[in-house]
Write a protein that binds this ligand. Structure first.
Ligand code: GRF
Length: 200
């Protein structure tokens, strides 16, 4: 039986869209898109792609555990086994993560460099010459789980946070779907590269 995946978003959902566009090459059934924001732009994109959507906002003063409990219930009802985070702006507890086989995330930096927010501005402030994105397994830390794959680019001389964000986002859209697929097939990035680009 195929793994059943849910994509969790909080906003634009461009990575979600890239994943859904590559669905035919990913050995999973994408059964649900869940947002913690009713106004997330990605919800409309998911609906148009024919995916069920759910919105579970965290009420004012609502404990994190109660909010997570509601999300777990909806995800379990949909038979979800794997979680894909795509711009989901919450730190998930170990209790939440333990309900699923694996949770993946994409982060806009070459981890372990620049965990957290505002990575593009921080990359420029630190005068980094190379920047990029990372797909990793999620643990209960902030951007600390085992790294599955990375893609990098050179930082140009007149770069701004916005120009860098646009270039990295393009990399994200190609790295994330292929990494999800490789992960579910049990292939490492190096094996995948060796197979996808035969030299002999
Ligand atoms: C991306 O930059 C991703 O790396 C980060 O949040 C952003 C989400 O963008 N985790 P989008 O919603 O997928 O367009």
């Amino acid at each position: 039986m195929l793994p059943r995946a849910a994509i969790l978003i909080s906003g634009r959902g461009s990575n979600m869209e890239a994943i859904l566009n590559s669905r035919s090459q990913i050995p999973a059934e994408f059964s649900l898109v869940l947002s913690d924001k009713a106004g997330a732009e990605g919800l409309e994109v998911a609906r148009k792609a024919g995916i069920s959507v759910a919105v579970i906002e965290r009420g004012k003063g609502e404990p994190k555990a109660t909010h997570e409990f509601q999300m777990i219930e909806v995800l379990k009802d949909a038979g979800v086994t794997h979680i894909v985070l795509a711009g989901f702006m919450r730190i998930l507890s170990k209790n939440f993560l333990d309900h699923f086989v694996a949770t993946l995330n994409i982060h806009p930096s070459l981890l372990p460099s620049l965990p957290g927010l505002n990575t593009h501005a921080r990359a420029l402030k630190s005068n980094l010459s190379v920047h990029g994105c990372t797909v990793h397994l999620v643990d209960s830390g902030i951007d600390t789980g085992p790294i599955l794959a990375q893609a990098g680019l050179s930082v140009g001389p007149n770069e701004t946070p916005d120009s860098l964000a646009a270039k990295v986002l393009k990399l994200e859209h190609s790295l994330y779907p292929v990494t999800i697929s490789n992960f579910l097939r049990g292939r490492s990035q190096n094996q995948a590269l060796a197979t996808d680009h035969p030299t002999g």
